[in-house]
Ligand binder design. Structure first.
Ligand SMILES: C[C@H](OP(=O)(O)OC[C@@H](O)[C@@H](O)[C@@H](O)Cn1c2nc(=O)[nH]c(=O)c-2cc2ccc(O)cc21)C(=O)N[C@@H](CCC(=O)N[C@@H](CCC(=O)O)C(=O)O)C(=O)O
Length: 147
């Protein structure tokens, strides 16, 4: 399964919607980095917790041994992004990294495992370490493992 069935409802954030469109139109060959710093991104297709709609969520690429970490940072804002509810409700999703699209299942991390992956995320993209102190919200982390 490398497609989720259902109606795609794009992000309400223009820059995200546009990045998703350019990434998909080029099969991951373009729009595959964060504009402002050139760090690689991945694209996750997930299902809306309330609407059941197909949602597409670009995130920074934090990968190790074929597993990916989703960091719900949203720039250090005080509210979880909606996709946290989606991942909790529907953990089966599709992740595209460059031209490779595969099925993954997401598992929310806690305790020592969460800390270990958080350290790895900050090493991979140090901006996460700048975002976390901006809020008392602890960023939910999800580990995506291939199905
Ligand atoms: C903008 C909003 O999206 P969101 O799910 O809150 O996620 C906000 C952001 O995290 C999301 O836009 C990310 O892609 C932003 N983002 C990153 N966001 C991060 O949190 N971490 C990252 O590392 C990250 C990197 C990144 C790189 C490139 C890029 O273009 C964007 C990047 C949105 O689309 N809202 C919609 C739909 C929300 C939704 O999924 N609703 C669910 C219900 C959810 C619920 O039950 O609460 C449904 O359809 O049923 C709406 O309000 O109508």
């Amino acid at each position: 399964m490398t497609e989720l069935q259902g109606e795609y409802v794009p992000s309400t954030a223009d820059w995200v919607r546009e990045q998703v469109a350019a990434f998909e139109a080029s099969n991951g060959a373009e729009a595959n980095v964060l504009e402002r710093d050139g760090n690689p991104i991945i694209l996750i297709t997930n299902r809306g917790a309330k609407t059941g709609a197909i949602r597409k969520t670009p995130l920074m690429r934090v990968e190790r041994d074929g597993r990916y970490l989703a960091v719900a940072s949203v720039g250090g804002g005080d509210k979880n992004p909606a996709w946290v509810a989606n991942f909790r409700a529907y953990p089966d999703m599709v992740l595209q990294d460059g031209g490779t699209k595969k099925a993954y299942v997401a598992r929310e991390l806690s305790g020592a495992e969460r800390e270990e992956w958080w350290d790895y995320a900050v090493k991979t993209w140090p901006t996460y370490g700048e975002y976390q102190p901006k809020t008392s919200r602890i960023f939910p982390l999800f580990l995506l493992e291939p199905v």
